[in-house]
Design a protein around this ligand. Structure first.
Ligand code: HEM
Length: 452
């Protein structure tokens, strides 16, 4: 073979480092957090291949490639090895499963989350907003505190009301909140090593396993309570019908409800805390948002019809999800050899789509590091590539709870701001880090003061 023929026959590999020792990728990733992909994108461009053993890792920051992976050639990209590892915390629920199991359960659960169905949950969310105001009145007002602690509590309360048709007691909320935190840490540690070692007697592993016992024990109790009451309009009641008809096993129902508890509160809670952060940091914007809330709601609770009128709060939500997507990316594994933007992707490669970086890329955003909710009001939005903004993923595996999350964020934050003004110390900045989802190292330090 001539040198020219050889060149033609050699697949075009994406630029990126080669690590002979596969541990190196995990060490860099663990040590660097978000700085690791930032450095590689800076050095090699938007598609990076980390060539190592037993497979390559691709880091991807390209709307075009997102479309290829999630839509055009989605059948070649399964959730794969990383999600397989996370099954230790999430079982075979929708988020983690693939193939026929996923298809069947998405068909059962999907209709419940359609946009048109959201009006049925407004009352449950408004009741939770009231609970949130009560928490502030009794526990947090007029002192600096961590807003994410408040929003996690409210979001979990929402899960109880909307998806289980139950009011979670304070004790149950405490136990679940701690368990979710510990199991996330456990999950993250499963992702950060060449070989997952859940059997090692480390503190994270012990706490993680204990937290799973608490989670699954609680879900089991909730299912038993659900069976003992009359059928309601909540998700648990609906899925209990599938268990009774034999379409779903009780064990599988546990996995699905655990997925809903976890995916259904963490991400939205982080978003709501960060909305308060951005509003508190920008007094002029806060004044506009408060004026809009007062004008639309006229002092009463929000209704479904009000949501489309809370435009400034809606832009705040979108801009918050741009700067801090609580799912900063996701991963897939290539089933067969493929090509992404002319680069060869060997079968088995892990492909990590990095939404966080696409959302902050100067190719698509003007001054991307700035909080500017108005960018969602202008044609700037129309001129951007389709998947440059992708906080809820794309394609068949797009977030099931997207409409619910928007509704919840608008209602709860509007209800808090109806009552309170947000203050934030000038020197306080949030510090994001990764623990399966995006988390905030020192929370969101705010003070809330009753509006006169
Ligand atoms: C701001 C809030 C939220 C964000 C940013 C978010 C983000 C995401 C993303 C990016 C995915 C796709 C993951 C992938 O492709 O691998 C996803 C999937 C999913 N989300 Fe959300 N999510 C949010 C809220 C919710 C809520 C409130 C629920 C449930 C009540 C929920 C339930 C799910 C489920 C079940 C899946 C898996 C869907 C499937 O694979 O069929 N999410 N979410």
């Amino acid at each position: 073979m001539t040198a020219a023929q050889k060149r033609l026959a050699t697949p075009n590999r994406a630029p990126g480092p080669r690590y002979l020792n596969p541990l190196k990728h995990f060490q860099e990733s663990k040590r660097g957090g978000l700085k690791y992909p930032a450095r590689l994108f800076e050095q090699y461009g938007p598609i990076v291949e980390i060539k190592t053993f037993p497979q390559s890792w691709f880091l991807i920051n390209s709307p075009h490639a997102f479309r290829h992976i999630f839509i055009d050639n989605a059948k070649n990209y399964t959730k794969g090895k990383l999600f397989e590892r996370l099954k230790i915390i999430g079982g075979n629920g929708l988020f983690f499963s693939d193939g026929d199991v996923w298809k069947k359960n998405r068909r059962i659960i999907g209709p419940y989350f359609k946009r048109g169905n959201m009006k049925h949950y407004v009352n449950a969310v408004v009741a939770s907003g009231r609970k949130g105001v009560e928490y502030v009145d009794t526990k947090y007002a007029d002192q600096e505190f961590d807003a994410s602690e408040l929003t996690h509590r409210i979001a979990l309360y929402v899960v109880g009301r909307a998806f289980f048709g139950m009011e979670f007691s304070e004790q149950r909320l405490d136990r679940l909140l701690q368990a979710v935190k510990d199991s996330s840490r456990f999950g993250q540690s499963m992702l950060q090593s060449v070989v997952a070692t859940p059997w090692l007697p480390t503190r994270v592993n012990r706490q993680g396993k204990q937290s799973l016992k608490v989670m699954y024990g609680t879900i089991d109790d909730l299912i038993t309570e659900g069976l003992q009451r009359e059928k309601g309009a909540d998700l648990l009641s609906l899925l209990l019908e599938s268990v009774k008809s034999g379409e779903m096993s009780r064990d599988h129902l546990k996995d699905e409800m655990w997925t809903i508890v976890n995916a259904g509160h963490e991400t939205t809670a982080t978003t709501m805390a960060l909305m308060l952060y951005h509003i508190g940091k920008d007094p002029a914007w806060q004044a506009e948002v408060l004026a809009e809330i007062d004008e639309v709601l006229e002092g009463r609770d929000p209704t479904f019809a009000d949501l489309s009128k809370l435009q400034k709060l809606d832009w705040t939500t979108k801009e918050t999800l741009r700067l801090f997507p609580p799912a900063p990316g996701t991963a897939r594994q290539a089933v067969e050899d493929d090509e992404i933007e002319s680069y060869h992707v060997p079968a088995g490669s892990i492909v990590q789509t990095q939404f966080y970086f696409a959302h902050r890329d100067t190719r698509y955003w003007d001054k991307p590091e700035e909080f500017n909710p108005r960018r969602f009001a202008t044609e700037e939005t129309d001129n951007r590539p389709e998947y440059a903004y992708i906080p809820f993923g794309a394609g068949g595996r797009r977030c099931l709870g997207e409409h619910f999350a928007y509704m919840e964020a608008l209602i709860v934050v509007a209800m808090l701001l109806q009552q309170y003004r947000v203050d934030i110390r000038e020197d306080f900045e949030v510090e994001p880090y990764l623990a399966v989802a995006l988390r905030l190292r020192n929370g969101v330090r705010v003070s809330l003061h009753k509006r006169s």
